[in-house]
Design a protein around this ligand. Structure first.
Ligand code: ADP
Ligand code: MG
Length: 699
C-alpha cells in the first residue's frame, strides 16, 4: 500500500483541475469539496435511467422515466399561483400532463401545441391521470431522433448554481487523476483478500460512470458490487470515527465510584422482589464501569417493563456513596415525575434526598432547588432541560439519561462537557437507558461509541399481552368489552393517537373520546390525560388511576413512555394503523405489567395499506421487542428506528443501514484490525470520507 501516492494525487486543491476557476471553486467548497479526492468520493445520490423511452401508457406513479410526446393542449392557470399545464400524448394514445410553476415567456412559447418534447421526470398521480411536475425537457427538432443514453446518468448532491452536467464534468476530470489501485486502497491487502473486497478503483469508476453493460436493476437499488464495496468502506469509516470519539472520551478522567455498597445492600433488602438474572448481570457491568477512572459510556437496553429503573437507582447509589452527585433526565415531564416518585420511594428511607428540577418550575422553588444542587444535593431528577439550562452541579459523578435513543453522538459528548468538573479535570460517567430495542447489527454501528448491555429477561409472573386488530366499524363492541372488563375490576387505557398535529389538536381528540366513553360507560369512572394539562393535574389524574379510582384512562401518547400502573390490563389504541411499530410496542408495554392476563385492541380505520397491515400483523404475532425492532428496521429503515433522521447523524453518502446490515459484522472485524494494527490507515479513511466535517467537529 502506498498511502503517500494516494494522498499526493488526491490532496491537491480542486482549483488545480483544468477549467476550475475561482467561481466554480467557491461552489465546490460549498459542497465541502476542497481536494481532488473529495470529488472521487462525491458519490451519486441516485441514477436516472435515460437508456430508454417509456410509452405513456406504461408509466407508473413514483417511477422516474423518460417519455417523448407531442403537445396536445396548453392551459395557463392562476389558481393559487400562476401555472402552466401542458398535455402531451404519444403513440400509446395516453395523455400525460406536465405542470410548471416557474416559467418564462420563452419557455411558454416553446411549449406550444404540436411541439415534440423529450421529457424526464417523476410520475405522479394527478386527478384523472398522471403528471410530471417540472420535468426536465427538451424540444425536439422536426424529425429528430431521440439519442438514448447508453448508460445510467448519475445524479449528484449539488448546490444552487452548479448543474449536474457541470458537476459531472469536474468529477470526470478528477477521476482522470485516480492513481492505481495500490495507491488508492487504504485497507491492507490481506484484509481485503480475506473479506473478498473488490477493487476500490473499479468501484469508483463504476458508480460515477456505470458501464453500459452493468446491471441496471442492481445499480438502481444500491446493490451493485461496486456500490456495496463503497458502502463497506463508508460504514467502516463511520465505525472508526465513532471508536475514535469514544477513545477521546475515555482518555479523559472520571471519578472512581467504588464505595463499599452499603446503600445498595439496603435498597436491595427493601425491594419486594429480587433482581432478575439479567438485571443482576447488567448491574454488575455498570458497577465495574463506575469503579474505573475513565468515564463509563454505557447504553442499557431493555424491553418495556424489564426493570431498568431499579438498575439506574443502584448505579445512582454507587455514586452517592462515593460522595458524588447524580443527575437523572427523562424526555417528558410525566416520565421524569414518575422517576422522581420511584427514586423518592426507594432512596428517601435510606436518607438520600432527591431533588426535582423541571423546565416548567419557576421562581423561588426553582432557585432553591438550583441552590441545593449547587451545594451538592445527592440526586436530581428532571427533564432534559436539566443539562441545558446552566444548572451547576458541585461534583457531578453520574448522568443517567432515560429513554433517550434520540440522543446523537454529539449530544452525548456535550453532556460530558456540561458536567465536567474542571477543577479536578474530570467528566461524569454516563448511563443511557432505552426501551427501544435496537437490533444488534444497528447497535454495533450506530452506538459504536457506547458499550451496550441488554436486560433481556422480564421479571417473573408476567403474562404476554394478547393482541387483536379490530376495525373501527366494531367500535361499539370494543367499548362494550371495556364495560365488562371494568365490571370485573380491571382497568383500561384508551389511547388517542393523532400524529403530526399540534398538542392542542391531540388534546381535543382526547376530549372527544373522553366524552364518548363517559357517555357510553355510565357505570365506570373515566379520566382524561393529555399534554396540555398542568403537571399538577396530570399527576392527580395518574394518581387516581393508579389508586383504582378511575376505571378508564383516556390518554394521548403522553403515556407512551414509562407509565407504570400494574393493575391496568386492557389497552385500546385508536387509529393504530397510523403508528409505527416502535410506538405501538411502547404503548402496549403499558399493560401486561401485573400477573393478570392483559389484552390490547388495535382499532384501525379501514382500508389498511400494505405497510399498516404488516405492522398490525407483527403486533399480533409477537410481544418480543427485539423481534419487533428487527421488523421495524426492515419496514422503515434505520433513521426512523433510531429517531435520528432529524439530527442527520446517520446520513450516509452511499451506505444504507437496513440494506447493508449484512456488511456490518465484517465492518467490525476490519475496524478492530485497523485500529490495532494500522492506525494511520484509519486516520486516512476518516479524512477521506468525513474530511472537512470531522475537522470541524474536532475544532
Ligand atoms: P422499564 O424497564 O420499562 O423502565 P420499570 O423499571 O418501570 O421498567 O419496571 C417495571 C415494573 O417492574 C416496575 O413496577 C418495577 O418495580 C417492577 N420490577 C422491576 N424489577 C423487578 C423484578 N426483578 N421483579 C419483579 N418486579 C420488578
Ligand atoms: Mg422506564
Amino acid at each position: 500500500m502506498s498511502v503517500a501516492a494516494a494522498t499526493d494525487a488526491g490532496a491537491q486543491s480542486v482549483s488545480k483541475l483544468p477549467g476550475v476557476g475561482p467561481a466554480l471553486e467557491a461552489l465546490l467548497h460549498k459542497l465541502g469539496l476542497e481536494r481532488v479526492q473529495d470529488l472521487w468520493f462525491h458519490l451519486p445520490l441516485r441514477y436516472e435511467d435515460r437508456t430508454s423511452v417509456t410509452p405513456i401508457a406504461a408509466l407508473r406513479t413514483g417511477q422516474s422515466a423518460q417519455v417523448v410526446g407531442t403537445v396536445e393542449a396548453v392551459e395557463r392557470g392562476f389558481r393559487y399561483r400562476p401555472q402552466l399545464k401542458v398535455a402531451i400524448s404519444d403513440d400509446s394514445r395516453q395523455t400525460l400532463q406536465l405542470r410548471f410553476f416557474h416559467f418564462n415567456r420563452a419557455q411558454a412559447e416553446q411549449l406550444a401545441v404540436g411541439a415534440r418534447l423529450l421529457c424526464f421526470g417523476e410520475v405522479r398521480h394527478a386527478g384523472q391521470g398522471l403528471e410530471m411536475v417540472h420535468p426536465q425537457y427538451r424540444r425536439l427538432a422536426a424529425g429528430e431522433d431521440v439519442a438514448l443514453e447508453d448508460r445510467l446518468s448519475p445524479v449528484y448532491p449539488t448546490t444552487e448554481g452548479l448543474g449536474q452536467k457541470r458537476l459531472a464534468g469536474v468529477v470526470a476530470k478528477a477521476l482522470a487523476l485516480l492513481p492505481p489501485e495500490s495507491a488508492l486502497e487504504l485497507i491492507p491487502h490481506d484484509l481485503c483478500a480475506s473479506h473478498g473486497l473488490a477493487s476500490l478503483r473499479d468501484a469508483l469508476l463504476t458508480v460515477h460512470r456505470p458501464p453500459p453493460d452493468a446491471r441496471l436493476d442492481l445499480l438502481l437499488h444500491g446493490r451493485h458490487p461496486a456500490q456495496q464495496r463503497l458502502a463497506f468502506e463508508e460504514l467502516l469509516t463511520q465505525h472508526l470515527s465513532l471508536k475514535r470519539m469514544r477513545a477521546a472520551v475515555q482518555r479523559r478522567k472520571a471519578p472512581r465510584l467504588a464505595a463499599a455498597g452499603v446503600l445498595r445492600e439496603r435498597l436491595l433488602a427493601s425491594l419486594p422482589f429480587a433482581l432478575t438474572g439479567a438485571q443482576g448481570r447488567v448491574d454488575a457491568e455498570v458497577r465495574r464501569d463506575l469503579a474505573q477512572a475513565s468515564p463509563m459510556l454505557r447504553l442499557v437496553q431493555g424491553d418495556v417493563g424489564s426493570g431498568k429503573t431499579v438498575v439506574a437507582a443502584l448505579a445512582a447509589l454507587a455514586a452517592v456513596e462515593s460522595g458524588r452527585q447524580v443527575a437523572l433526565m427523562a424526555p417528558t415531564e410525566l416520565l421524569a415525575e414518575q422517576h422522581l416518585r420511584n427514586f423518592r420511594h426507594w432512596l428517601t428511607p435510606l436518607g438520600v434526598e432527591v431533588e426535582w428540577l423541571a423546565g416548567k418550575q419557576q421562581g423561588r422553588a426553582r432557585e432553591a432547588a438550583m441552590r441545593r444542587v449547587a451545594e451538592g444535593a445527592p440526586v436530581t431528577v428532571g427533564t432534559h432541560a436539566l443539562m441545558q439550562e446552566g444548572v451547576g452541579f458541585a461534583r457531578l459523578g453520574l448522568v443517567i439519561v432515560d429513554e433517550q435513543h434520540r440522543f446523537g453522538v454529539q449530544q452525548r459528548l456535550a453532556l460530558h462537557d456540561k458536567g465536567a468538573d474542571h477543577g479536578r479535570g474530570e467528566v461524569p460517567h454516563q448511563l443511557v437507558l432505552t426501551a427501544t430495542p435496537i437490533p444488534r447489527t444497528l447497535a454495533m454501528s450506530a452506538y459504536a461509541d457506547l458499550d451496550v448491555s441488554a436486560i433481556d429477561e422480564l421479571p417473573p409472573g408476567r403474562t404476554p399481552v394478547q393482541t387483536v386488530a379490530v376495525s373501527n366499524a366494531r367500535r361499539a363492541e370494543v367499548i362494550e368489552r371495556i364495560r365488562v372488563a371494568c365490571a370485573e375490576g380491571r382497568q383500561a387505557y384508551w389511547v388517542c393517537t393523532l400524529i403530526e398535529e399540534s398538542e392542542q389538536l391531540r388534546a381535543q381528540a382526547a376530549e372527544v373520546a373522553h366524552a364518548e366513553l363517559s357517555a357510553a360507560l355510565a357505570d365506570c369512572k373515566v379520566g382524561l390525560i393529555h399534554g396540555r394539562l398542568k403537571s399538577k393535574d396530570k399527576q392527580a389524574v395518574m394518581d387516581a388511576f393508579k389508586a383504582g379510582e378511575l376505571a378508564v384512562l383516556v390518554a394521548t401518547t403522553v403515556i407512551e413512555v414509562g407509565v407504570d400502573v400494574p393493575n391496568a390490563s386492557l389497552m385500546v389504541i385508536e387509529n393504530s394503523e397510523r403508528l409505527g411499530l416502535a410506538q405501538l410496542h411502547q404503548l402496549r408495554g403499558r399493560v401486561g405489567r401485573g400477573a393478570v392476563a392483559s389484552n390490547c385492541v388495535l382499532l384501525y380505520q379501514p382500508p389498511l395499506g400494505q405497510l399498516a397491515r404488516e405492522r398490525l400483523a407483527v403486533m399480533r404475532e409477537t410481544n418480543d421487542g427485539f423481534r419487533i425492532a428487527e421488523k421495524d428496521l426492515e419496514l422503515r429503515g434505520p433513521g426512523e428506528v433510531l429517531g435520528t433522521r432529524q439530527t442527520g447523524q446517520l446520513s450516509f453518502r452511499i451506505a444504507d443501514l437496513s440494506r447493508d446490515a449484512h456488511l456490518l459484522p465484517a465492518v467490525q472485524q476490519v475496524g478492530e484490525r485497523l485500529l490495532a494494527e494500522h492506525p494511520r490507515a484509519a486516520e486516512l479513511l476518516i479524512a477521506r470520507w468525513i474530511g472537512g466535517a470531522a475537522r470541524y467537529a474536532r475544532a
